[in-house]
Ligand binder design. Sequence first.
Ligand code: KDG
Ligand code: MG
Length: 381
Amino acid sequence: MEIQNADAVLTNPGRNYVIVRLETADGLVGWGDATLNGREKAVEAALAEHVFPELDGRDAHRIEDVWQSLYRGTYWRGGPVLQSALSGVDMALWDLKGKAAGLPVYDLLGGRTREYATVYDHCGDDSVDAIVANAEIALDRGIDHFRVNVGDPMGDYLDLDGVVEGVLEVRDRLGPDPELIVDVHSRASPRIARQIAQGLEPAELYFLEDPLAPEHDAEYEALRSATTTPIAYGELSADPFSLQPLVEDGQLDFLRVDLAHVGGITAARKLATVAEGNGVETAFHGPPDLSPIGQAATVHLDLALPNFGVQELTDYEERYGDAVGEVFHGGASFDPDLGGLVVPDEPGLGIDVDLDAAESREYERSHLPKRRAEDGSVADW
Ligand code: KDG
Ligand code: MG
């Protein structure tokens, strides 16, 4: 199964996505997601200039060998640009292997351990009333895990009193049953993270998401001993092995790496297996900037892993209308009867791309929001 053509396609059916397309000499096509929000062109260049030339003529069946050579072969390993490029290639190789074998990717990963991936929905909003209303809509759809961030993410999001009081009120209004999640988005200092985690203990969160930034990994131990609030971490990780010590030291409850940044299915699966042995569950990143290909790859892994916890849900149709569905056909979908994400039982990832539609929706230059504190100094978004 020799790789003959490799392309990166940038498309914008509502937001920018970087798609990897690998074609074999016998005409099979595999798709991957290499989207890095706000740095799409850097990944495109890494793929075109440095990654694709190394793939020409390689055996697409040798996923691990390609992964090792792209990861270790750079000498300067990891980093979001190179790991996103590698992630896109890795997903496309799993897609190809599945198509060649006539099996869905979850079967290649050991087979299903569950029928669907339980999801959490984004119910955060400006006020407690709005959050409760969002949660009620989600409950009607069969979802009972909600992210309930209070306040404008660009404004008072990390106002300590606002976060804690707001979420405690949400818990009060929704009762004890729903599972509640709060995303700190790696914006807290170790001091503030401890205060939020302790203040939220009465809300009995399912988890507190990404309380600290990667430069504060050493602070997870202190956070852990300061609170009973469960901790999820990892969406900023662009190297699977950097999280291994935290998993092995028992600092985390949920692993939430992003399959399009950490190194694809191969990388996430390696780390998830370490997590399994340490009693850590998965809660893989599933934001709108993960393309439907990345979402499909993530759900295939969710379905195969014994230590799956929950999957962050993006409903592309709800957010972007028909546009995303014109470019991407198939992939993961929310099943209201099951209350979770499922993938088709087709060979590979079960998703296809309409290239004409993708190319007609051109890339638009964009960057992540820039945030400043009240005194004018740079703050994390
Ligand atoms: O590109 C940034 C997004 O991926 C991030 O803001 C989303 O934190 C996020 C989440 O949990 O979905
Ligand atoms: Mg997050």
